[in-house]
Write a protein that binds this ligand. Sequence first.
Ligand code: SF4
Length: 154
Amino acid sequence: MNIHQYYEVDIVNGPGTRCTLFVAGCEHQCPGCYNKSTWRLNSGVPFTIQMEERLLRDLRDTRIPRQGLSLSGGDPLHPANVPDVLRLVKRVRRECPDKDIWLWTGYSLDQLSAAQRQVVDEINVLVDGKFIQALKDPMLPWRGSSNQVIHYLR
Ligand code: SF4
């Protein structure tokens, strides 16, 4: 998997103070997408094991307590990203059980494949659906358009 950005301290993408990872690869091509540079799977830089270790370290950092991890993009549930994202969320669940995991995807919850659902089974909150420009609402917390749904899963 490739990534575009990693914010070790983020207060914008989800509740509280968080670590946020923007992955590469998205097949939805929503008109008005704010993040077109992330569409290609081979854009950005590789998500290395060192990067993964750093992220886990940051989540455990008690000097700046993090509420959890946010996964965005691009699309963390792009089929090519699912194996790496699944490994990551399982590690966070196991090694940082007090942290919550939020994930943004352009797929709809009811259309996910079995592999994508394995990821969803490990996370706390899924924000789903494509961005639809005609339904854009800057007042909505944590989503761009009103068709998108925040699913509180656990
Ligand atoms: S799902 Fe998100 S990243 Fe993908 S095209 Fe739509 S707005 Fe852009």
